[in-house]
Design a protein around this ligand. Structure first.
Ligand SMILES: [Zn+2]
Ligand SMILES: [Zn+2]
Length: 184
């Protein structure tokens, strides 16, 4: 039995240590192996083809890669410091296919509502970890959860993310156990 592989692809230059922490968090929570790969190793398309101004058209990016998933991986999570653009949502932290193979998380709005400047990077990392787990939760079929402590709870303001934990409630954990697939 091989575990499936999830690859994080940063869309800008993002601190390696930070990506490593996200990969470790995902391995701790999901039954996965993880790795960081580059955009250039999976496609010849230019990143700006998916951009409107400075923002990534997340749905289009996700749809494209879900039908062109590279052979070397099973799922992709894009991480970007740029804002995301959707004709449906005004302001959001990430998007992922429900029961799918591609998702994206943006740090752009995660930086909002941090009261103490000195804790900036600690709070940002904590929020980013939660949103990464949240989006990968969607990839594994989990929907939004009413439990305010559960990572699958939908956060409005960025500071609301600080209220929830980085793990699943009992109900979501049970659902996850039943959906975690393995690769032959
Ligand atoms: Zn969500
Ligand atoms: Zn839950």
């Amino acid at each position: 039995m091989n575990l499936e592989k999830l690859s994080i692809i940063p869309l800008e230059i993002i601190n390696d240590e930070l990506i490593k922490q996200l990969l470790l968090k995902l391995e701790e929570i999901f039954e996965l192996t993880t790795e960081q790969i580059t955009w250039d190793s999976v496609t010849q398309i230019e990143k700006f083809d998916f951009k409107t101004g400075q923002r990534y058209r997340s749905t289009e990016l996700i749809n494209y890669f879900s039908t062109n998933i590279p052979e070397k991986t099973n799922r992709i999570l894009f991480i970007t410091t740029s804002d995301l653009y959707s004709p449906v949502f005004a302001r959001y932290y990430g998007e992922a296919q429900l029961n799918g193979n591609v998702g994206i998380v943006s740090t752009f709005h995660l930086k909002e509502n941090i009261r103490e400047e000195s804790h900036n990077s600690v709070i940002l990392l904590s929020r980013l970890k939660k949103e990464v787990v949240h989006e990968v939760g969607h990839l594994f079929g989990l929907t939004h959860c009413p439990d305010p402590n559960c990572v699958m709870n939908l956060s409005g303001k960025a500071c609301d993310i600080d209220i929830k934990s980085s793990s699943f409630c009992l109900n979501c954990s049970e659902l996850l156990k039943n959906t975690t697939p393995t690769v032959q």
